[in-house]
Design a protein around this ligand. Sequence first.
Ligand code: X2W
Length: 282
Amino acid sequence: MNRDWIATARTLSEALPYLQRYSGAVVVVKFGGNAMGDADAMAEFARDIVLMKQVGMNPVVVHGGGPMINEMLTKLGIKSEFIRGKRVTDQATVEVVEMVLTGLVNKRIVQAIMDEGGRAVGLSGKDDDLMVAEADDPELGFVGRPVEMNVQVLRDLYGAGIIPVVAPVATGMDMLETFNVNGDTAAGAIAGALKADRLLLLTDVAGVKDASGEVVTQLNPDQVRAMIEDGTIAGGMIPKVETALKAIEDGVRAVVILDGRLPNASLLELFTEHGAGSIIRS
Ligand code: X2W
């Protein structure tokens, strides 16, 4: 018999305890613009999500799309800059952000999940008041900080067998303004409100690295705080670990930061002993 088939059967068999452990688990998956890559990467991500649903988990997808927003702003001749990892967002920019995220990117992900045989419905923070935000910092314009979450619509969707796909655009307290929310922040707020079993932050780095550049596979919140303080964790990793700390405070059981470009990254993390990336939990 072909050795590959034997290995496949063994892999499935070894996944049993993980399948049992995660049955019914709520898993929020942040799919960043940098992890989306090409059509193949999108299809592979969608397939992993459909598999999670098929084996009884409740995946909730929250996406980014920074590179796609940049592309559209460039086409329209609108200049854009970032302060501390967040896009300075004026009125013209927030309109483009909403169009690109809730239109182009959200529907591409919905299509990819449908194409793999799942059922997906796309929505933004505006739908059913899922995510209500306030201005984060006057310097940033219409960048929102989530202040009120109404996640029942997500429970209704996954309870009905549907995979929710959420664009990180929020409504204002007066229900008139539109806010651009960082994708990681939105995913953390949603995971916190759902008290999710897992928050997976799929990005384009292997995980949290120590001073020698090695990925640290397991961390607790105190270790993360110490690594921020001594400068080991820096740059774009800071908003991610801050999201992780806040989500854990809000009741998420564990947060994993992993490289979404790795083949079957989420499955490797959830269904094998090996895991992937860095897991943060108390
Ligand atoms: C982000 C929203 C998209 C996002 C932006 O405008 O780019 C803020 O910076 P990635 O692909 O996950 O980076 N919002 C406030 O987070 O995309």
